[in-house]
Design a binder for this molecule. Structure first.
Ligand code: HAM
Length: 424
């Protein structure tokens, strides 16, 4: 019996993996320009880290975590997201004491959520995310948003929609919370069990419910924007001003609540507007989480960040019919004929590679025609042909595949001549 891949996961094979590498490369380059430094944290953490930060009334914590007891009976969880671990590390490694503030970090790696798999939704997916800790300047909010937006743009995406909202500070949220409870309480028995449980604990989560999305009370629910105090409103206006200055188009959507509990002030999502993208259109989500560092045991520290998955990034590229500039091809394919020439080619191939060329040869004892075919398939710029006679006469032939031109070099000068003709 064969064993198949687990549901909601995927193999990324050569041919496809180059897209991932390009996106990852662009993300790293952009982070360098924006001065975000990479952090790598474990794939699993203590379960409590996520219940405390993501929130125990969220879908992620209630339904989607891969939680297990290790042999020492500790409850561990495969990370469902990256922010909690970054904040844990920020506190544990005392990054708040570093000279350079704010601390700007990025990460890239697999996350795990036990969700119902569908297009754009996997159980293992790769997030690229950034977190800026230590500044409550709305310019950082704009910077974080513009970083995500620029990454999509840098690979040619055009049909992007940025939506933003403010969830306000503690005071604003608590006024809104009270209004939500009053709004839903009289008819809460018309809602699902989850929502009933959330009414007193975390009524904002009701707005995020997938089951009761169409209930009439959802549409008429009090909007957070009507409950922002002066400070929160001024903050939100500043973020909008900066985005306008940076010419990043956006829409304010007071229904944007996000699926994690740690947010306040700015919340945002970037969606794909491309036709045929599918039901799930969110490419990227993030927001401000002032208070989270204290929750994890650190000093009062504001923070903001986002995460996006490479899976949905690629789906968006596909929906906009964007072909990434991928195939570099091979510099040279070495055709060796006869035992001595083949022996000789081992060293030659290595020399070419050490000089920085991508080089390949035949390992299956194929006939010359099949070797040329292989060179073609690999999109080689040149084929170098070394037969028994050439070897004896200190010669090697080099054919440029695009033009069909063929030249002969002295074998002992081959590397230098090849560098002159094909060097990058
Ligand atoms: P999130 O909205 O849960 O936020 O996820 C962020 C992004 O991860 C989504 O917009 C989507 O691109 C991707 N994603 C989530 N679930 C899946 C899935 N099952 N399959 C494929 N892609 C998925 C967070 O995770 C926060 N930590 C973001 C953040 C960082 N906020 C502040 N800093």
């Amino acid at each position: 019996m064969t064993i198949s891949i687990p549901r909601g996961t995927q193999d990324i094979l050569p041919g496809e993996v180059e897209k991932w590498q390009l996106i990852e490369k662009k993300a790293r380059e952009l982070c360098e320009r924006f001065q975000y430094k990479e952090i790598r944290t474990p794939i699993f953490e203590h379960t409590e880290l996520f219940t405390r930060s993501v929130g125990d009334t969220t879908d992620i914590v209630q339904k989607e975590m891969y939680t297990f007891l290790d042999r020492g009976k500790r409850s561990l969880t495969l990370r469902p997201e990256g922010t909690a671990a970054v904040v844990r590390s920020f506190v544990e490694q005392k990054m708040f004491g570093q000279a350079n503030q704010p601390v700007k970090l990025y990460y890239m790696g697999p996350m795990f959520r036990y969700e119902r798999p569908q297009a754009g939704r996997f159980r293992q997916f790769v997030q690229f995310g950034v977190e800026a800790l230590g500044s409550a300047d709305p310019a950082v909010d704009a910077e974080v948003i513009v970083l995500a937006y620029s990454l999509y743009q840098s690979l040619g995406l055009k049909k992007l929609k940025l939506i933003i909202n403010s969830l306000g500070d503690k005071e604003s949220r608590s006024a809104h919370r009270q209004a939500l409870i009053e709004h839903f309480r009289p008819r809460i028995d018309e809602f699902c069990g989850d929502c009933q449980g959330r009414l007193e604990k975390n009524p904002m989560r009701i707005l995020d419910c997938k089951k009761d999305r169409d209930h009439e009370l959802m549409k008429s629910a009090p909007s957070i924007l009507d409950y922002l105090n002066d400070e929160s409103r001024a903050y939100f206006e500043k973020v909008q001003k900066y985005l306008t200055d940076l010419q990043i188009p956006f829409e304010v959507d007071s229904n944007l609540v996000r699926g994690l509990d740690y947010y306040n002030h700015t919340a945002f999502e970037i969606m794909s507007d491309a036709e045929g993208f599918g039901a799930i259109t969110t490419l990227c989500g993030g927001g401000r989480y002032n208070g989270l560092v204290e929750e994890i045991g650190g000093p009062e520290t504001p923070g903001i960040g986002f995460a996006l998955s490479i899976e949905r990034f690629i789906a968006a590229l596909h929906a906009e019919n964007i072909d990434l500039p991928l195939h570099e091809g091979l510099d040279v394919y070495l055709v060796a004929l006869g035992e001595d020439a083949k022996d000789y080619s081992v060293g030659l191939l290595h020399q070419l590679r050490m000089e920085g060329f991508s080089a390949e040869r035949d390992y299956l004892d194929r006939k010359i025609k099949a070797q040329f075919k292989a060179a073609d398939r690999m999109n080689a710029r040149a084929v170098a042909i070394l037969g028994e006679d050439e070897l004896k006469e200190n010669k090697i032939n080099v054919k440029t595949l695009a033009t069909g031109d063929q030249v002969e070099y002295p074998l002992d000068q081959f590397i230098d001549k090849f560098k002159e003709a094909f060097g990058k």
